[in-house]
Design a protein. Structure first.
Length: 180
């Protein structure tokens, strides 16, 4: 790998994590989770969900109660709650700190929840709590971020990011050595 970063090994696919979170959320809201309710929540057809649940049932994460409603086993609930926690923290950060619109925060949090480590989620939560508890800091950050515009320079002059710059650095190109 170019970055030297090791890929995070997932125990479950993103779809499986979504299924567990959806079952947990539907049960939390309604008190029960029918296959059709969970499929609607996920935007998939019931047969698709049924096939997708088979590996989760085989791993002992999902079962059916005596009325054939979906239930999470203790291990399934633990995983679902962890995924939900990472999702909720990511959504709050994207919406409340970065100021993304709710629909975009939701869709991007869905992507982040699967690859964010628990330690990263906890540090983001610490930042969110700090900003909620310290109104003066929150107001200062909101004010500074609202008016902030990055000013990228050629990499030899850049002290900001030490990353491959996304600015076209051809002479005379917009952003080459000046504002974007």
């Amino acid at each position: 790998m170019l970055s030297g970063k090791q890929p995070r090994v997932r125990e479950l696919s993103a779809s499986h994590e979504h299924y567990l979170r959806a079952i947990w959320e539907v049960r939390s809201t309604r008190g029960y989770a029918r296959l059709s309710d969970v499929a609607r929540e996920l935007g998939v057809a019931p047969p698709t969900l049924s096939v997708g649940l088979k590996p989760l049932e085989a791993r002992g994460l999902v079962a059916h109660d005596d009325r054939r409603f979906l239930v999470l086993t203790p291990d399934g609930e633990r995983v679902a709650r962890q995924v939900h926690h990472r999702f909720a923290v990511a959504r709050a950060f994207l919406r409340d700190v970065l100021g993304l619109p709710e629909d975009r925060a939701l869709s991007e949090a869905c992507l982040l929840e699967h690859d964010m480590s628990p330690a990263t989620a906890e540090r983001l939560l610490d930042l969110l709590k700090l900003l909620r508890d310290d109104g003066e800091l929150r107001e200062a950050l909101e004010r500074r971020l609202r008016g902030y515009e990055r000013n990228c320079h050629p990499p030899v002059e850049c002290s900001t990011c030490d990353l491959a710059c996304m600015v076209d650095l051809a002479p005379g190109a917009p952003g080459a050595g000046g504002p974007r």
